[in-house]
Design a protein around this ligand. Structure first.
Ligand SMILES: Cc1cc2nc3c(=O)[nH]c(=O)nc-3n(C[C@H](O)[C@H](O)[C@H](O)COP(=O)(O)OP(=O)(O)OC[C@H]3O[C@@H](n4cnc5c(N)ncnc54)[C@H](O)[C@@H]3O)c2cc1C
Length: 308
C-alpha cells in the first residue's frame, strides 16, 4: 500500500524540498547513492571492481526542464567517461542513462535526447564499453526503444531495459531477443495504471519468469536486474536448461541492496554488475528505493526523528 504513495510523493516538489532539507536524510541517501561527484565515486569504483564486481554507472537525475540541463547531463556523463579512461576497466564499467535527463520530455524531445545521448554512447565505445538506456514510465518507452534501435545501427552493444510489470513487455522482449540485443529485465519501479501494468506482486513475478524465458531462449544478451532470490535461482536454472555459458548472461543489482548476494554470485563465477548511482539530483532515485521496501521508509523516518 505504501509504495504507490511514496511514488506519488516522488513527483512532488514540496515533498522534495522537505525531504532534501531534513536532518538524517543524507545518512540514508548514502546507502544507495554513495557519492555526489566523480572524485567521490572513483574510490567506490576501484573498491567494487577490486572485489570482482562489474558496474553500470548512473549519474542521478531525471525530468529536467531546460535544454541546458540536458546538455549538463550529457557533459556529466562525458566527464565520468573521461575518468574511466584512466581506470582502463573496459566493459567492466558501463553506463546507464535515463533519457528524461537528456531532454526527452522537452519540445522536440525525442530528437534532442538522441542528439545528447549519442556523444555519450560514442565516448563509451571509444574506451571499449557501452551504454544501457533505462526504462522510465510507460509513456516514454516508444521513444526510448526508437532511440535504442537508432543507436544500435552504429553501436550494436547499446542495451535497453524492459519492465516485467507492463503488458507490452512480452512483445518487446520477443523483438529484442530476436535482434540480438543486450536487454536488462527488471520488475518495474514506476507508478503505472492498471490499463497498462500488472498491479499484484505475484502477477509481476510470473510475468518476469515468462519474459526471462523469452530472453534466455533468444539471440540476445540477458541482464537479470533483480534482487529476488527466487528469480535469481530461476534465471540460473533457465540459463542451464538452454545451454547458456556463464559469459552469455549476467546478473545486475543496485548498489547498497543485498550486497552479500553480489559477492556470492561473483564468487560462483557469474558476471555480477552493480548499478552504482551518484550525483546531487538523487531525489527520484532515492524515493523509488524507499517505495520498493517499506522497511527503508521506517528506517528513514526513525533517522529523521533521531537527528531532529
Ligand atoms: C540493476 C537494476 C537496474 C534497474 N533499472 C530499472 C529501470 O531502468 N527501470 C525501472 O523501472 N526499474 C529499474 N530497476 C528497479 C526494478 O524495477 C525494481 O523496482 C527493483 O529491482 C526491486 O525489484 P526486485 O526485482 O529486486 O524484487 P523485489 O521483490 O522488490 O525485492 C526482492 C528482495 O530484494 C530486496 N530489495 C529490493 N528492493 C530493495 C530496496 N529498495 N531496499 C532494500 N532491499 C530491497 C528485498 O530483500 C526484497 O525482499 C532496476 C533494478 C536493478 C536491480
Amino acid at each position: 500500500m505504501l509504495g504507490p504513495v511514496i511514488l506519488a510523493a516522488s513527483r512532488s516538489d514540496r515533498i522534495r524540498r522537505l525531504i532534501s532539507a531534513a536532518p538524517g536524510t543524507k545518512q540514508v541517501v548514502d546507502r544507495f547513492i554513495p557519492g555526489e561527484t566523480v572524485d567521490e565515486i572513483v574510490p567506490i569504483i576501484r573498491d567494487l571492481t577490486s572485489q570482482g564486481l562489474e558496474l553500470t554507472m548512473d549519474v542521478v537525475g531525471e525530468d529536467i526542464t531546460t535544454p541546458e540541463q540536458a546538455e549538463a547531463a550529457r557533459d556529466a556523463y562525458l566527464a565520468l567517461i573521461d575518468r574511466l579512461t584512466e581506470l582502463e576497466l573496459g566493459t567492466r564499467a558501463e553506463m546507464s542513462v535515463k533519457l528524461s535527463m537528456f531532454g526527452q520530455a522537452l519540445d522536440g524531445g525525442h530528437e534532442l535526447a538522441l542528439a545528447n545521448v549519442r556523444p555519450v554512447v560514442e565516448a563509451a565505445a571509444a574506451i571499449g564499453t557501452t551504454v544501457t538506456l533505462d526504462a522510465e514510465d510507460h509513456t516514454t518507452l516508444d521513444s526510448m526503444f526508437a532511440i535504442h534501435e537508432e543507436l544500435r545501427k552504429d553501436f550494436p552493444q547499446t542495451g535497453c531495459v524492459i519492465q516485467a510489470y507492463l503488458f507490452r513487455t512480452e512483445a518487446d522482449a520477443r523483438r529484442l531477443a530476436e535482434n540480438g540485443s543486450r536487454v536488462r529485465l527488471v520488475k518495474g519501479a514506476y507508478k503505472e495504471p492498471a490499463e497498462v501494468a500488472y498491479q499484484q506482486k505475484h502477477e509481476i513475478d510470473k510475468a518476469y519468469v515468462r519474459v526471462l524465458g523469452i530472453l534466455m531462449e533468444g539471440a540476445g544478451y540477458p541482464m537479470i536486474g533483480s534482487h529476488d532470490p527466487r528469480l535469481i535461482a530461476i534465471a540460473q536454472e533457465l540459463a542451464h536448461r538452454v545451454g547458456r555459458k556463464l559469459d552469455e548472461y549476467e546478473f545486475q543489482m543496485l548498489y547498497g541492496i543485498r550486497t552479500d548476494e553480489h559477492l556470492r554470485l561473483a564468487a560462483e563465477g557469474h558476471r555480477m554488475r552493480v548499478y552504482t548511482a551518484y550525483g546531487t539530483d538523487w531525489y527520484g532515485y532515492f524515493m523509488r528505493r524507499l517505495a520498493e521496501k517499506p522497511a527503508n521508509l521506517r528506517f528513514f523516518l526513525r533517522s529523521m526523528v533521531s537527528k531532529g
